[in-house]
Ligand binder design. Structure first.
Ligand SMILES: Cc1cc2nc3c(=O)[nH]c(=O)nc-3n(C[C@H](O)[C@H](O)[C@H](O)COP(=O)(O)OP(=O)(O)OC[C@H]3O[C@@H](n4cnc5c(N)ncnc54)[C@H](O)[C@@H]3O)c2cc1C
Ligand code: FES
Length: 591
C-alpha cells in the first residue's frame, strides 16, 4: 500500500546565488494536519517562476522516500529533510518505474492524475547543494512526477494512496522521462506517448516535435528537437571558416550594398536554406583582432553563389571595412550557412514582414517561393524611409509578379516628392499595428519578421492581436538574442564587456562571442562557457545548467568544445551545450 508520508509547502523567496538573486519556491517545509489541495496549489505553496513550474498541469510535485534512500547512498549524505527535492508530497511507494502517465489516485478526499515527469531545472541543484542534481535525476531514472488535481480536497500525512485507474498505454514516468531527455527513442514509443490524453501540453508539444522530425527524415535529425529549436536543421555544410571569392559588389539603396561570394575553384556552393545567414571573419588590420559578423543570405537559395547585403552603419567597423576596402576578387573567410529562421514547408499563407536591411532573410524566402512557383498567399510587407532607402524594390516586384497569390504593402515613413504613391509605396508612415490591422492578414499565416528590435516587438504584438498563434510568428534578430535566465531577479543590463576580474594568467584558446562582438582568452577558472558568457554579460539562455534541458544549445561557428559532465543527449551537429562545456580549440560561438 502506498502512503503519503509528508506534505510540504513553501512560498517563493529570494535566494542569493552567483552574485545575484534568484526567486524560487523550491524550499518546502513539512506541514502537519490536514491541508487543502486546490486546482493550482496545495494551500500555502507557490512557485517562483510560473513559466517552468506550477500551473494546472504541475500543481503538485511528488517524490518517493525510496529515492531519498537511493540518493543518500549515492551522494553519501544523511542530512535530507522532507521536501528536500522540492516536492509537495513525499510518498512511500509510487516509484517512477511503476507509476504511469494518466494514472489516477485518491489521497484523502482529493483525486489526482499523473501528467508528466519533473521539470529539469537548476533550482533542485541549488536546494540540494548539488549543481548536477537535475542531470542526475534524469540519468538515474528517478525524476519524480507532477499531479493535476481532478477533485480538490484535504490531504494529510499518513493518508493511504488509493489507485483509482491506470493511464492508457501504461507508460511509466521513468519511460516518459527517458523518451524526452535520453537518446535512443523510437517512433512507436513517441506515438504511444502521444496517445495518452493526460500528458501535459508542454510535453505533448516536445514529443510531437520529435515525432514530426522522425516522420520527415527517419533517423536523420541530430540533436533533440523536442527540447530546442536550435536542433533539427541540416548540419553546417563545412566546419569553421573557408575562403570565398568576392565576385560582385553593387548598391541596393543609399546605404545598403550587396556582395556576391563564390567558391575559389568555381564549383557551386552548398545551398543554404531560405532565411539562413553566413558569418564572416574579417581582418581589417594584419595581425589585429578579427571582426566576426553575420549576414543573412539575401539571394536565391540554391544559386551557385551566395549573396549578402550589408547596411553601411555609421562608424560600424565591419560594414565600413566591407564598404571601403573589400573589392571584387578579394578572398573572405566565411562560415557555412546556419540558422533556424527558415521558411517552413506548407501550403498556408506566408507573411514576410521587414524594415530596412531586415529585408535580407525574408527576401531569400521570397526567392524560394517564387522559384517554386508557389500557389501560397504571400504577403510582402516592408517599411523604409523613402525611395532612396528602399532596397531590392525592383527585385521584389519581379518576384511577386511570379506568385499568383503575391501581395505587397510598402510603407514610406517620409517619402520624397519623386516617390510615386501606389507604385513606389502603398502608405505613408511607419509600418504600424494599425496598418497591419487594416490589411486583414490571414490568421492562419506563418509570419517571418526581421528589422530593428522595437519594430519586431511591435509587429509581433500586432500579429498576435490579429489572431496569429505565437508559434507561427518567427523573428530574426540582427544581434544578440534575448536571454533566458529562469527565476533570476533582473538587474540593470550592461552591454557585453571583457570580464571585470579575469581569473588568472595562463590564457587558453580564444573564445569569440560573434553576436556580441567580443573575443577573449579562455581560462579554466571561468568554469564553463556559459559562466564565461555571464562574466561578460553576453546574453545567455539556460535552465538546468548541467546538460539535460538544451536551453543553452548554441551554434558553434568554428572550433571544438569538450564536455564535463557529458550531456545526457547530444546537441545537434555543429552546436554545443555551453552550460557544461569548455573550449578545446579557438572557438567562435553564435552568442
Ligand atoms: C543572424 C544575423 C544576421 C544579420 N544579417 C545582416 C544583414 O543581412 N545585413 C546587415 O547589414 N547586417 C546584418 N546583421 C548585423 C551584422 O552582423 C553587424 O552587426 C552589422 O553589420 C554592424 O556591424 P559593424 O561592425 O559594421 O558595426 P559595429 O562596429 O559592430 O557597431 C555596431 C553599431 O554601433 C555603432 N557604433 C560603433 N562605434 C560607435 C561609436 N564609437 N559611437 C557610436 N556608435 C557606434 C555603429 O554605427 C553600429 O550601428 C546580422 C546579424 C546577425 C546576428
Ligand atoms: S542549460 Fe540545460 S543543457 Fe545547458
Amino acid at each position: 500500500m502506498a502512503t503519503l508520508i509528508a506534505v510540504n509547502v513553501g512560498l517563493p523567496k529570494d535566494v542569493a546565488w552567483r552574485g545575484g538573486t534568484t526567486r524560487t519556491g523550491v524550499w518546502k517545509q513539512r506541514v502537519t494536519g490536514p491541508r487543502m489541495v486546490r486546482r493550482l496549489n496545495v494551500d500555502g505553496d507557490g512557485q517562483g517562476d510560473l513559466t517552468g513550474h506550477g500551473g494546472e498541469q504541475r500543481a503538485v510535485l511528488v517524490y518517493q522516500i525510496d529515492s531519498y534512500r537511493y540518493w543518500q547512498r549515492h551522494l553519501r549524505r544523511d542530512d535530507f529533510v522532507p521536501g528536500q527535492f522540492g516536492e509537495n508530497f513525499t510518498v512511500d511507494g509510487l516509484s517512477d518505474d511503476e507509476v504511469c502517465i494518466g494514472d489516477r489516485y485518491r489521497i484523502g478526499s482529493a483525486v489526482f492524475e499523473v501528467t508528466q515527469p519533473r521539470v529539469t531545472c537548476y533550482r533542485v541543484g541549488l536546494r540540494m547543494g548539488e549543481p548536477q542534481m537535475a542531470a542526475l535525476l534524469v540519468s538515474h531514472g528517478r525524476p519524480g512526477f507532477y499531479l493535476r488535481v481532478l477533485d480538490e480536497g484535504l490531504v494529510e500525512a499518513g493518508d493511504e494512496i488509493v489507485k483509482l485507474s491506470s493511464g492508457p498505454e501504461e507508460m511509466t514516468v521513468a519511460e516518459m522521462d527517458a523518451l524526452l531527455y535520453r537518446p535512443g527513442r523510437s517512433r512507436p514509443q513517441l506515438e504511444r506517448a502521444l496517445r495518452i490524453p493526460a500528458l501535459s501540453p508542454g510535453w505533448r508539444t516536445s514529443l510531437q516535435a520529435l515525432l514530426d522530425s522522425e516522420i520527415r527524415a527517419p533517423g536523420a535529425a541530430t540533436g533533440n528537437v523536442g527540447l530546442t529549436a536550435a536542433a533539427g536543421g541540416p548540419p553546417p555544410a563545412w566546419p569553421g571558416f573557408r575562403r570565398l571569392r568576392v565576385t560582385r559588389i553593387g548598391a541596393e539603396s543609399a546605404d545598403i550594398f550587396s556582395l556576391s561570394l563564390a567558391s575559389t575553384d568555381g564549383s557551386p556552393l552548398p545551398p543554404g536554406l531560405a532565411g539562413q545567414f553566413l558569418t564572416l571573419r574579417l581582418r581589417p588590420e594584419a595581425g589585429g583582432a578579427p571582426l566576426i559578423r553575420s549576414y543573412s543570405l539575401s539571394g536565391r537559395p540554391g544559386a551557385a553563389e551566395y549573396r549578402i547585403s550589408v547596411k553601411q552603419e555609421p562608424r560600424g567597423a565591419a560594414s565600413t571595412h566591407l564598404h571601403r576596402h573589400v573589392e571584387v576578387g578579394d578572398l573572405l573567410e566565411v562560415a557555412a550557412p546556419r540558422g533556424t529562421f527558415v521558411l517552413a514547408n506548407g501550403d498556408g499563407p506566408v507573411v514576410l514582414l521587414s524594415a530596412g536591411v531586415g529585408a535580407t532573410p525574408v527576401l531569400a524566402m521570397l526567392h524560394a517561393l517564387a522559384d517554386a512557383r508557389s500557389a501560397r498567399e504571400v504577403w510582402w510587407l516592408h517599411g523604409a524611409r523613402d525611395g532612396d532607402n528602399h532596397p531590392f524594390a525592383e527585385e521584389v516586384r519581379a518576384l511577386l509578379a511570379r506568385l499568383p497569390g503575391g501581395r505587397s504593402h510598402i510603407s514610406f515613413s517620409s517619402p520624397r516628392s519623386v516617390d510615386r504613391p501606389g507604385i513606389d509605396y502603398t502608405a505613408v508612415g511607419r509600418l504600424s499595428a494599425q496598418q497591419l490591422h487594416d490589411l486583414d492578414l490571414p490568421r492562419d499565416a506563418n509570419a517571418y519578421v526581421c528589422g530593428p528590435a522595437a519594430f519586431m516587438q511591435d509587429m509581433t504584438a500586432a500579429l498576435e492581436a490579429r489572431g496569429l498563434a505565437s508559434a507561427r510568428i518567427h523573428t530574426e534578430t540582427f544581434g544578440a538574442v534575448s536571454a533566458i535566465t529562469p527565476g533570476v531577479v533582473p538587474t540593470p543590463v550592461r552591454p557585453p564587456h571583457l570580464p571585470d576580474r579575469p581569473p588568472g594568467e595562463a590564457p587558453g584558446p580564444t573564445v569569440s562571442f560573434a553576436r556580441s562582438g567580443l573575443s577573449l582568452p579562455w581560462h579554466p577558472g571561468y568554469g564553463t562557457l556559459l559562466e564565461l558568457a555571464e562574466a561578460c554579460d553576453v546574453p545567455s539562455r539556460w535552465s538546468c545548467r548541467t546538460g539535460v534541458c538544451h536551453t543553452c544549445e548554441t551554434t558553434v561557428l568554428s572550433g571544438v568544445v569538450e564536455y564535463s559532465p557529458e550531456p545526457i543527449d547530444a546537441p545537434a551537429e555543429g552546436n554545443a551545450l555551453v552550460c557544461c562545456s569548455r573550449p578545446s580549440t579557438d572557438l567562435v560561438l553564435d552568442m
